[in-house]
Design a protein around this ligand. Structure first.
Ligand code: MLT
Length: 312
């Protein structure tokens, strides 16, 4: 709209519910974060957040939809390292540019990943799991949320760190994938701690390692991958984005609501209990987040190009 429309639009914003596009199936870590953050931001802004799970192609369908939405603040998207960085390098025919077609609103919590297996897998530590995988190269399947998803990036990091492999089975999200892990339909995953930790605590799946330099305060009994001799560090950060052209005053209102949400002790403890690290208000600022995303983009562009990970 015209320059005049920006401030006027921002003054009354939000005057109706806001749609939050989630690139993965309900029940997964991105969906969970969307629902926790959306509910609390809705309280802050006085309008309900409507969750729109748009799945497929590791989130590239959803991001395409979010890019084409009206730049009025009423359709925003949530995503992460995979959907808003890695996919920009991996998918050669994307209809959008992640660094110019979207405006960062706020950085959200990040979390390490857990190497987990079905309880039926005969391994009691990471070394035994790696040996088991190497002894059964083509018989073990592992879940991801598609090529470029966080769980796919986690698998690649695991393969590089251990030399082991497993068959990659794509799901519409790691919510559905972990259900198949519990049922031993698939045997292994590298999955965000926020998704797998509750099932580990319930004894439904087994955890071997956390993909961080230090053990997680939420799960101090789980060793780091380095402790088992396989150093690997992968942190899946999240964020909110608006379509290019959204008035800055609206982006600022959304950022303020996200900052207030993550300053809420109840929200912080919910996130931390799932092994997530909450960013500071400074890290969450649109400009700081944009710089962070660009740096991550350059870092992963090299990793993924060197590993020749691509979808034509
Ligand atoms: C991923 O693997 O990219 C996410 O964990 C998928 C999801 O949030 O369901």
């Amino acid at each position: 709209g015209s320059a005049l429309a920006g401030p006027a639009l921002a003054e009354t914003y939000p005057s109706r519910p806001i749609t939050l596009v989630v690139p993965f199936a309900a029940g997964g870590p991105t969906d969970l974060m969307a629902r926790i953050i959306g509910e609390r931001m809705g309280k802050e802004l006085g309008q309900q957040f409507i969750i729109d799970n748009t799945t497929g192609a590791a989130g590239t369908i959803a991001v395409g939809k979010a890019v084409r939405a009206a730049p009025d603040g009423y359709t925003i998207s949530i995503g992460h390292l995979g959907t808003h960085v890695a996919n920009g390098t991996i998918y050669k025919n994307l209809s959008y540019d992640l660094l110019t077609d979207l405006l960062p609103i706020a950085r959200l919590p990040s979390n390490p990943m857990l190497v987990v297996s079905a309880n039926a897998v005969p391994a009691q530590n990471l070394k035994e799991l790696v040996d088991y995988l190497k002894a059964n190269p083509d018989k073990v399947s592992g879940g991801t949320a598609g090529i470029g998803s966080a769980s796919h990036l986690g698998a690649l990091a695991f393969f590089a760190a251990t030399g082991a492999r497993y068959q990659l089975v794509p799901y519409r999200g790691t919510g559905p994938a972990v259900q198949d892990l519990i049922a031993n339909q698939i045997q292994v995953m590298v999955d965000q701690s926020s998704n797998s930790l509750p099932h580990v605590r319930a004894g439904k799946i087994r955890a071997y390692a956390v993909t961080a330099k230090d053990r997680s305060a939420a799960a101090p009994e789980i060793p780091t991958a380095a402790e088992a001799g396989y150093p690997m560090e992968v942190a899946i950060w999240h964020g909110l984005w608006a379509p290019k052209g959204t008035p800055a005053a609206i982006v600022e209102k959304l950022n303020a609501a996200a900052v207030a949400t993550l300053q809420d002790p109840a929200i912080r403890s919910r996130m931390e209990d799932l092994g997530q690290d909450v960013p500071t208000p400074t890290e969450m600022a649109p400009a700081a987040f944009a710089a962070f995303q660009r740096a991550e983009y350059a870092k992963w562009q090299k990793i993924l190009s060197d590993a020749n990970v691509k979808v034509e």
